[in-house]
Design a protein around this ligand. Structure first.
Ligand code: CP3
Length: 348
C-alpha cells in the first residue's frame, strides 16, 4: 500500500461528512473512449481485454483523466466482467456490440464447472495495476476501486451478452431460484475477495455497480440483489463503499440502510426524494443526465448549477447519473467539471 499523503483529499473528506471548500467531481467511465489518448493506447494492443490485463497500460489510461480532465479521483481501469472470467467463464469485448460470453450458465452442472475466484491466481492484474497507479499518482488524488454487484454479474453470465430484458437471467429467478442463489453466492464471495485485494493494493474507496438493478421488481431486487450487496458491505470495512444501483427507485430507502458511506443516484431519481428516503447521514453521488453534456456550454453550466443547488454544499460528490457517453467531447466534460469546481466553491 502506498502511504504518500493525499494532496487532494476532497473526495475522502466529503465521504467522511466533513465541510469542504468545494464539491469533489469525477465521472463514471472517465477512463475510456471519450479520450483520444485512451483510444491511442488501446489501438496499440489486441483489444480491450488485453488492455485490462496489462497493468502498465491499464495504469496509464487510469491516470489520463486526472491529467487531461483534472478530476478529483481516479477510477481503476478494468471491467466488472473480470469476475466471471476469474470464476471460469471468459468474456470477449466485441466492437460496437459489447461483452459476449462464448459459454454461459444454464444448469447446475455449468455452475459445478465454476469456482470462487482466486485473486492471486486469476485476477492479479487489477491489484497490480492499482499499485502502479498509486505509485504514479503519488497522492495527487484518491483512487477508486470497483466491482459489479452480484446481480449484474449474474445477469451477464446467464444471458451471455447485454440485453434489453435479460429474459434468461430473469427467468432463472422464477424457475430455479436455488440455482440462482448458488451462483449469486459464488459471485459474492469472489467479489469480496476481489475488493479486498484492490484495497490491499491501495484503493482508497470502492464502488459497487448494479447497472441492471432497475429491471428487477422490488421484491426480486431485495431478494436477489440487495441481499448480496449487503453481504459485501458487511464484509468490507477498511475503506468507504459507494453503492450505485441504477434504476432501483422503489428500494431507495433500503439502499440507504446499507452499511455504506455513499449512495450513487441516477438521473431519473429526484434528488430531494433520494435525500429524504436515504436520510441525512449518507453522502450522495451523481446525478447529472449524461445526455446534458451534448448541450452547449451555457446550458451545461446551468444544468450543473441547478444540480449543485439541489444537492447542497455538503455530503455530495458530483458525477453524472451513469457513465459518460463515448461520443461526448472532452471539452464538454471539462465544462461540467470546471463549473462544479467554480460554482460549488461559491455555495459555501
Ligand atoms: O472509467 C471507468 O469508469 C473505469 C473503467 C470501467 C469500464 N467498465 C471500462 C470499459 C468501469 C467502471 C466499467 C464498469 C462496467 N462494465 C459496468 C458498470 C457501469 C455501467 O456503465 O453500467 C458494466 C455494465 C460493464 C460491462 C461493459 N463493459 C459493457 C456493457 C461494455 C460495452 C458497452 C460500452 O460501454 O462500450 C463494456 C466495455 C467497456 N468497459 C469499455 C470501457 C472503457 C469500452 C470498451 C472499449 O474500449 O472498446
Amino acid at each position: 500500500m502506498s502511504d504518500s499523503p493525499l494532496k487532494n483529499d476532497l473526495l475522502l473528506r466529503t465521504i467522511r461528512g466533513e465541510k469542504t471548500e468545494r464539491t469533489p467531481v469525477w465521472l463514471m467511465r472517465q477512463a475510456g473512449r471519450i479520450l483520444p489518448e485512451y483510444r491511442a493506447v488501446r489501438a496499440k494492443l489486441s483489444g480491450f481485454v488485453e488492455l485490462v490485463k496489462t497493468p502498465e497500460r491499464a495504469a496509464e489510461v487510469t491516470i489520463q483523466p486526472v491529467d487531461i480532465l483534472d478530476v478529483d479521483a481516479a477510477i481503476i481501469f478494468s471491467d466488472i466482467l473480470v469476475i466471471p472470467e476469474a470464476m471460469g467463464l471468459p468474456y470477449e469485448m466485441v466492437e460496437s456490440r459489447g461483452p459476449v460470453f462464448p459459454r454461459t450458465v444454464r444448469s447446475a452442472s455449468d455452475i459445478d464447472r465454476l469456482k470462487v475466484a482466486d485473486i492471486s491466481d486469476d485476477l492479479a492484474y487489477t491489484p497490480e495495476a492499482i499499485k502502479l497507479v498509486k505509485k504514479e499518482l503519488d497522492g495527487r488524488v484518491p483512487l477508486i476501486g470497483f466491482a459489479g454487484a452480484p446481480w449484474t454479474i449474474f445477469a451477464y453470465m446467464i444471458e451471455g451478452s447485454g440485453s434489453k430484458t435479460f429474459s434468461k437471467a430473469r427467468a432463472m429467478l422464477y424457475q430455479q431460484p436455488e440455482l440462482a442463489d448458488r451462483l449469486l453466492q459464488m459471485i459474492t464471495e469472489s467479489t469480496i475477495r476481489y475488493l479486498r485485494a484492490q484495497i490491499e493494493a491501495g484503493a482508497d474507496v470502492v464502488q459497487i455497480f448494479d447497472s441492471w438493478a432497475g429491471i428487477l421488481p422490488p421484491i426480486h431486487f431485495e431478494r436477489f440483489s440487495l441481499r448480496y450487496i449487503r453481504q459485501i458491505c458487511e464484509a468490507i470495512h477498511q475503506v468507504p463503499i459507494t453503492v450505485f444501483a441504477k434504476g432501483a427507485y422503489a428500494s431507495i430507502s433500503q439502499i440507504g440502510q446499507l452499511d455504506c458511506a455513499t449512495v450513487g443516484i441516477d438521473w431519473n431519481t429526484d434528488i430531494r426524494h433520494a435525500r429524504s428516503k436515504i436520510g441525512a447521514e449518507k453522502v450522495l453521488q451523481g446525478n447529472l443526465d449524461p445526455a446534458a453534456l451534448y448541450a452547449d456550454f451555457g446550458e451545461i453550466q446551468q444544468a450543473t448549477r441547478q444540480m449543485l443547488d439541489t444537492f447542497g454544499a455538503e455530503r455530495h460528490i458530483a458525477n453524472l447519473g451513469h457513465g459518460v457517453y463515448p461520443d461526448i467531447s472532452p471539452d464538454h466534460v471539462r465544462c461540467f467539471i470546471n463549473e462544479v469546481k467554480e460554482y460549488s466553491s461559491k455555495l459555501r
